[in-house]
Design a protein around this ligand. Structure first.
Ligand SMILES: [Zn+2]
Length: 96
């Protein structure tokens, strides 16, 4: 047992590759993917924040296209599609 890790196997949230954990808190396969995931989350969080504020301000407007919850769903759908395309091309080279 000496020298063996007992932390298990985890799937990286950025590249979806399985990796052996070096400690029980490890969530990403490498530091590059951890940093890329957080950069992406920060940018996307800012985009959704703006859309949510606009949606909430305009929620009682009838007939207006701007500020609809579908705008948020649309941008999230784009993110998911981008992530799938990047993962399919090169899982280990993923960047934010
Ligand atoms: Zn990874």
């Amino acid at each position: 047992m000496r020298g063996e890790t007992a932390y298990g196997v985890q799937r990286c949230p950025l590249c979806s590759e399985l990796f052996e954990m070096r400690n029980y808190e490890q969530k990403f396969c490498c530091d590059d993917h951890k940093q890329a995931w957080w950069r992406r989350a920060r940018v996307r969080g800012g985009q959704v924040y703006d859309l949510l504020v606009t949606w909430r301000k305009n929620r009682k407007t009838k007939g207006g296209k701007r500020g609809q919850i579908s705008d948020i769903a649309h941008i999230v759908d784009q993110w998911l599609m981008d992530d799938r395309e990047k993962a399919a091309k090169s899982p280990k080279e993923m960047k934010a």
